[in-house]
Design a protein around this ligand. Sequence first.
Ligand SMILES: *Cc1c(COP(=O)(O)O)cnc(C)c1O
Length: 382
Amino acid sequence: MRSDEYDRLYLSPPHLGRHELNYLHKAIEDNWVAPVGPNIDGFERDICQYTGAQHCVALNSGTAAIHLGLQLLGVGPGDEVLVPSFTFVATANPVRYLGAEPVFIDSETDTWNICPGLLREALTERSRRGRLPKAIVLVHLYGMPARLPELLAIAAEFGVPVLEDAAEALGSTFQKQPLGTFGAVGIFSFNGNKIITTSGGGALVTNKSEWAQQARWLATQARDAAPHYQHSAVGYNYRLSNLLAGIGRGQMGLIEDRVKRRREIYAQYCELLKPLPAVQVGPAELPNARANRWLTTILLRPEHTNLSPEEVRQHLETHNIEARPLWKPLHLQPLFAGCATYGGSVCEDLFNRGLCLPSGSAMTDAHVRRVISALKEILPAG
Ligand SMILES: *Cc1c(COP(=O)(O)O)cnc(C)c1O
């Protein structure tokens, strides 16, 4: 057994570069150890520059960004919001924070993201009943661009605004335009496992300056303009620390390298898994789409193996390799029992057959081969 057999191979651990510490040092030296300061301003500028968004508000999580974003779109008590079922719970939780209800939409098989046909069906039915949803949340799962032209056209036809949950998709593009900038509001996450990280953090982007201002205001306890503490609305403590924004500045300088490496890892998995007919590597990109390949995902083909993804996951675990199930559809979560749902069988099938493989940008080629060797031990060769 080689010594690297003993090192745990994580799914998507943080991958820091050389400059994060410089920004942190400078913040401490200059006493900018608060949720204001030059790193926050710089980090917001970096994100605007990289994505082409006109305004960015750095926040302490992606979930906070979704919460504020939905509020900007006018979501409130009793409203409905259309949300893909196949996503992380953080996409839908903020709908409930606002007293609104999610309506879940199934995936399509090509991108695994929200299905345009079912989105149209949901909007048509809701509109016939005389009450349109307040917003549509699009998610680019695992960094894969959703079917944007169709989805945006449908949203525009019904006049329902789009919040783009690009938490997993920084660095992905459609027709060369960065994801996160297609909706009225876009959000990113810089949680520890995302493609770049601030340890914990998020951002909201928009081209509307009033909305950016409003988000900044809500994120700092909605303090009115007065010398004393004056408040006329419920606010939150959602701003990112200037220290963590320093980590973000260092990471933003590396985003293209990180995307390049994740895409290489995906390509290596595709190549090396070819001899295993039981394994289908996650979705191909649509024409004009570029995925950041945040996580490489696989589906098992039941014609070629009786093993479940859980059995494969446990086998990888014996080699100290971390793999994880795909997101469990939200319409199957006890939390959302009883929520209206359009379709559901596509994402249920993905969940029943899928697995995420280690995909961190610090992985070496030898690490990828280690995963492949472990898979070859239990899956049949073609
Ligand atoms: C990570 C993630 C979020 C939430 O981001 P946090 O920064 O962890 O709050 C939201 N949506 C999706 C799809 C995510 O993967």
